[in-house]
Design a protein around this ligand. Sequence first.
Ligand code: AMP
Ligand code: ZN
Length: 318
Amino acid sequence: MTETTCEHGVEMTDGRCRICGDRTEILRLTEFNLKLCKHCFLRFYERRVRRALEKHAMAGEGDRVALAVSGGKDSTALLFALKRLGTVMDFELRALHFHLNMGEYSRLNLEVVEAQAELAGVPLEVVRLDDLGLRVQRVKGWNACAVCGAIKRSLMNREARRMEATAVATAHTLEDVLLFTFKNLLSRKYYVPQPVLPPTGGLPRKVKPLVYTPERLNLAYCRLREVPVFEDKCPEWTPRGHALKGVFEHMEEVMPSGKLQLLLSLMQAFPPQWEEVESPRLPCARCGEPSAQGLCALCQLAEWFSRRPRERDGGERG
Ligand code: AMP
Ligand code: ZN
């Protein structure tokens, strides 16, 4: 009889590893029609990330890569994999974390990220929203998640420049990119996020080394390397924005590898439109950072949060 151990969604069963042939505990990768032992899985995962880096020239010799880390399974797996790959591919790795100023949630989040960076041996930079007069909160027509996303995107640009990074990496996964693309398609926008955005107007190159990697593999990599992962849900999280992901999971169940094949087809059908590359930039009137408008997004938000609550609420109606 086959014995099964399942640790937090990463299920190991007895079997024979397809790569080394050992009869031991193995992980089934239905997405790739593979069964691998722990050792071979870790190498398989790292090779996969390396292939993405090389295919799109995301990072190489002499680069300084700033990786935005949330402490969750995806950016944690990428942190540990990039640390190894940096040694063999000769690029430098730094981690960047935004403390989102959301009470106990953010405090615990930072604790985990600090432990991860130390364990990985990667220097960590922490930026506190509070120090910049910023908050994750509803603003005018924007909900808190949209504000958080805008803050993170702008801060990544700003901090990467300050750290003199040649590339900023995020841990957007296959599922993230599919979800984003589908939401666009449903409103007749034919646009697929690209694995790499070239540098423009003083902004560094942006790279997504996990675009071809399903989330399940990131979790498995963290579990099998036994690294801590921050698993608390963000206080602003709602199921609404993520419901479509279930559609892809169902498709994957009835057609293994369907998610990856769908993304590859969509990328081929809708080649890059470089309007995505942000328009020409001038220095922000307040902070001097490159901006598409008079005031950059961060300064606009900081200004909004600095106004008295009644003034803000008055402006928020309608
Ligand atoms: P999200 O906007 O939560 O989907 O995250 C997208 C990417 O941003 C992640 O893959 C991380 O690389 C990065 N990220 C998310 N949260 C943080 C954070 N608090 N600090 C730094 N980077 C983050
Ligand atoms: Zn093996």
